[in-house]
Write a protein that binds this ligand. Structure first.
Ligand code: ASP
Length: 283
């Protein structure tokens, strides 16, 4: 079939005000599409039921999106999604889709449709990108079409809320996210080793947001917590707390404890991308 698949998962773009704040509203996106779609463009719309605030999107939902995208034989796919966890979904789809046949374009907005904000322009850009962009996962947002793998949501209110940090190509076969226990943990000055041990005890793998180019405090107890976790098979992957530049093993003596403990380097990966790739490695 020709045309586009619009996979509508939820997000601000189709929300309406309710008693507790914005929540998904029936028919908002569909009404906008009726106004905006070119007449010669066949479109299939599939909705998540219920529609989700992206705070509730997780690995099972990524698998559901992957299933549907892989079955689609048309031109392109638009995934309408909330912005809060857009970077995780961009990382997950980019890492697990194998080689997409066409463009898969993430779309959302900071202000709902019909309220004079960014929604209409972002949707129009996504409709264009889904027909013209190269095969791959993209985000159409604030006038830019950005690679989906390294997305960073850097503004919780402004319309220009995303940037995309450049990532190494990664072309594994198509995969799914298995039922594993992973998290992103941030090292902070003075963090108790016992607290990190307690967290890691509940995990099969973790992304560690470490300092700068790849350092941690000279805390022997913390280093043995990391080494013990790796020894029992818990995979640890380090990324930088800085938004750009990444970690470089052996750059600093203060990082030696990380690598000696068996922590892997995530290089320039964002935490979201490191989480997706580590999840797949454990799946
Ligand atoms: N809380 C919303 C969500 O992520 C925010 C948005 O869509 O902009 O679903």
């Amino acid at each position: 079939m020709d045309g586009l698949l619009i996979l509508y998962t939820g997000g601000t773009i189709g929300m309406v005000p309710g008693p507790l704040g914005l929540a998904p509203g029936a028919g908002v996106l569909e009404a906008a599409l009726t106004r905006m779609l070119p007449q010669d463009l066949p479109v299939a719309i599939e909705r998540f039921d219920p529609l989700l605030d992206s705070a509730d999107v997780g690995p099972a939902d990524w698998n559901r999106m992957l299933d549907r995208i892989e079955r689609w034989t048309g031109q392109g796919v638009i995934v309408v999604h909330g912005t809060d966890t857009m970077a995780f979904t961009g990382a997950a789809l980019s890492s697990a889709l194998g080689e997409p046949r066409g463009p898969v374009v993430l779309c959302g907005s900071m202000v709902p449709l019909g309220q004079g904000g960014d929604a209409e322009a972002n949707l129009a850009l996504a409709l264009h990108a889904a027909r013209t962009a190269a095969p791959g996962v993209w985000l159409a947002f604030a006038g830019k079409v950005m690679p989906g793998a390294g997305l960073v949501k850097h503004d919780s209110h402004g319309a220009d809320a995303f940037r995309s940090s450049p990532q190494q190509p990664f072309n594994p076969p198509a995969r799914r996210f298995a039922d594993r226990r992973l998290a992103v943990l941030t090292l902070t000055p003075g963090i108790p080793a016992a607290a990190v041990r307690a967290m890691l005890a509940e995990l099969d793998g973790a992304v560690l947001r470490v300092f700068g180019a790849g350092t941690m405090m000279a805390d022997a107890a913390l280093q043995s917590v990391l080494a013990d976790a790796v020894a029992r098979g818990c995979r640890l992957r380090a990324v930088s707390q800085c938004e750009a530049g990444g970690v470089v093993p052996a750059a600093y003596a203060a990082g030696a404890g990380l690598w000696a403990a068996g922590v892997e380097s995530g290089g320039a990966e964002t935490p979201e991308l490191a989480l997706a790739r580590l999840w797949l490695a454990l799946s």
